[in-house]
Design a protein around this ligand. Structure first.
Ligand code: AMP
Length: 575
């Protein structure tokens, strides 16, 4: 027998119901039980079939009342509140563990023992909730709407009382929760659901739930960055109305990597060569008397840069622009780490004088009520140029170029101005939120290059499926070779074919797709940074390695050494 209050039992997709009791008509809201949310997530976690994951979720989402649908979809994206909300729910590990200990009486030792066993705070919560010392007099079943109400109110508390408000909300919820409910409540709060569900599958599930195309859901989600709202639109058959909204940040368009200066001209007569600034990316929204700056993670960072406000307010009355904030010193940019200091400081006015910044604006995405995303860049840029730039808010430097030589010249000029290099943009390209591809290509001076020895070769994908085009490479550590990375080839097709033949003849261990090869071929690779890594036996990895050329002139013994890699690693830490 269920002890659930029938008034709180979830309905069958009808959000409201009417019940006549003693002649009075009550409007009863049907709420979505948390237990069912948790059971669905658990079922999704247990199957490895993507199709089944999508179907389980679709079936669940389809019958949720509207408010719960929005909440569930937001939670499924790993957030408690949609991106761009001014309120944040930061509920750290210590708050969660503290409340669990309070309810269960578990000691620090016990908690760490449990964590070691499970490796997940959600599982720890399930176990500790089962040991709760007191049982509430009236157990109210947890609902998505009810729990979300608690969390939202807790998120709205700022300043001193914030952490105790958060702990109180969590305590109220965990006092009522069953172990399985607690497990997923805690996973929602830590932003890690662990159910093997990538964003694409989630969008597919929403599409399947409401009989619309996954592409339409994806497009709407890219514009709104709020899957909860998107799911509600999908249910109402209104996905086509999804659009950019002020103060709802959306994902940034990203750049691919330029392999050589001729590349952008394939299929384009003219491209835009824009300075590449080394700072933090921002999306600025301005409308009415509100102004907000959002970071690449869609977090609001307005308060970190108060000195930009006046100039941004003067730019135009209502707009969304994309740009990069750079630390500034005298006439040119200062190193990136100066900017990091700004983001960390609590009193931004105090550091504004010490570490000034400039915002370079390079794209205009909305002006007044007009969405400009689908316009060609050339058109967006000319509208951008007509805004009123002043003070620390500047228009990004850009030039139209027609050939690789002019592009090289722009690159040198950008470097002379102290910037990283260029972002080369197709003039006819729309703005594609969240996309990284050939429409924008970044060209920056590599941090360094190394000569490395190929020790493994693997078949590629797509048109490279028949050739060994992915190379694992190493440097010398005494007389041993230690792996520092893997890159797919930026070499010419003919070179790859020749290398394939060579490697097939010099394979020492054949592992199917992957061949361990004799260390004979030396490549020059460029990369952006050296990172620590336990993936390779060297303990290091080159970040974003690109193969520049085959060093046929070098014998393997002349390749770079681990000591050089270590020196580069230390050097970058001192910059
Ligand atoms: P990277 O961080 O090297 O992958 O380079 C991509 C980043 O360059 C973008 O995410 C932006 O933050 C930054 N960037 C700097 N200048 C520009 C520009 N003119 N256009 C687009 N992105 C830029």
């Amino acid at each position: 027998m269920s002890r659930v209050n029938p008034l709180q039992r979830r309905g069958t997709g009808v959000p409201k119901n009417r019940a006549a009791i003693f002649g009075v008509v009550w409007e009863v809201r049907l709420l979505a039980r948390w237990a069912e949310f948790a059971a669905t997530l658990d079922a999704v976690a247990r199957t490895s079939s993507k199709r089944e994951k999508v179907q389980l979720l679709a079936r669940y989402l389809r019958q949720l009342p509207e408010e719960a649908l929005a909440v569930a979809c937001t939670y499924l994206t790993g957030r408690v509140l949609p991106a761009g909300e001014a309120d944040k729910l930061q509920m750290g590990w210590s708050t969660i563990v503290g409340v669990l200990q309070e309810l269960s009486g578990a000691t620090d030792r016990e908690v760490s023992g449990l964590y070691l066993r499970w490796g997940d705070l959600g599982d720890v919560a399930a176990e500790l909730v089962a040991r709760r010392r007191t049982v509430p007099l009236f157990r109210q079943p947890l609902t998505l709407e009810g729990a979300h109400g608690w969390l939202r109110r807790a998120a709205a508390v700022r300043g001193k009382g914030a952490s105790s408000a958060r702990a109180a909300a969590l305590r109220a919820l965990l006092e009522q929760a069953q172990p399985m409910e607690a497990k997923y409540l805690v996973r929602v709060l830590t932003g890690d659901l662990r159910i093997g569900l990538k964003e694409g599958l989630l969008q597919e599930a929403v599409a399947e739930a409401f009989g619309v195309s996954p592409a339409a859901v994806r497009r709407a989600d890219l514009l709104q960055s709020d899957l909860g709202q998107v799911a509600c639109l999908a249910r109402r058959g209104q996905l086509h109305t999804a659009s950019l909204r002020y103060f709802h940040p959306f994902r940034f368009m990203l750049a691919g990597t330029l392999m050589e200066p001729g590349e952008p001209f394939a299929g384009a007569g003219e491209v835009l060569a824009e300075d590449k600034y080394d700072g933090v990316r921002v999306q600025v929204h301005r409308e009415g008397d509100r102004l907000a700056l959002y970071s690449r993670t869609l977090d609001e960072i307005t308060d970190s840069f108060p000195e930009l406000r006046e100039a941004l307010e003067g730019l135009s009355p209502a707009y969304i622009v994309d740009g990069e904030i750079v630390a500034w010193r005298g006439q040119g940019p200062a190193p990136f780490h100066r900017l990091q200091q700004r983001l960390r400081r609590l009193d931004p006015w105090a550091v504004a004088g010490e570490i000034p910044v400039v915002l370079f604006v390079f794209d205009l995405l909305k002006l007044g009520e007009d969405d400009l995303l689908d316009l060609p860049l050339a058109e967006r840029r000319s509208r951008l140029e007509r805004l009123r730039f002043s003070g620390p808010v500047r228009l990004a430097t850009a030039r139209r170029v027609r050939d690789p030589e002019a592009l090289r010249e722009c690159f040198r000029a950008a470097r002379d101005r102290g910037h990283e290099g260029l972002v080369v943009k197709r003039l006819e390209a729309p703005y594609r939120p969240g996309r990284r591809g050939g429409l924008w290509l970044k060209w920056k001076e590599p941090f360094a290059t190394l000569d490395v020895v190929v020790v493994g070769a693997e078949y590629g994908h797509g048109k490279r499926a028949g050739v060994l085009s992915d190379y694992t490479f190493a440097v010398w550590d005494g007389d041993r070779l230690r792996v520092v990375g893997k890159a797919y080839s930026g070499l010419e097709d003919l070179e790859i074919v020749q290398l394939t033949e060579f490697f097939l003849q010099h394979t020492v261990r054949d592992l199917g797709r992957f061949k361990v090869v004799e260390p004979k071929v030396v490549l020059e690779v460029a990369f952006d940074a050296v990172t620590r890594s336990d993936r390779h036996d060297s303990g290091y990895a080159l970040r974003f390695p690109r193969i520049l050329r085959v060093r046929a002139d070098k014998a393997p013994q002349e390749a770079s050494t681990l000591a050089e890699v270590e020196a580069l690693y230390r050097r970058q830490r001192q910059v």
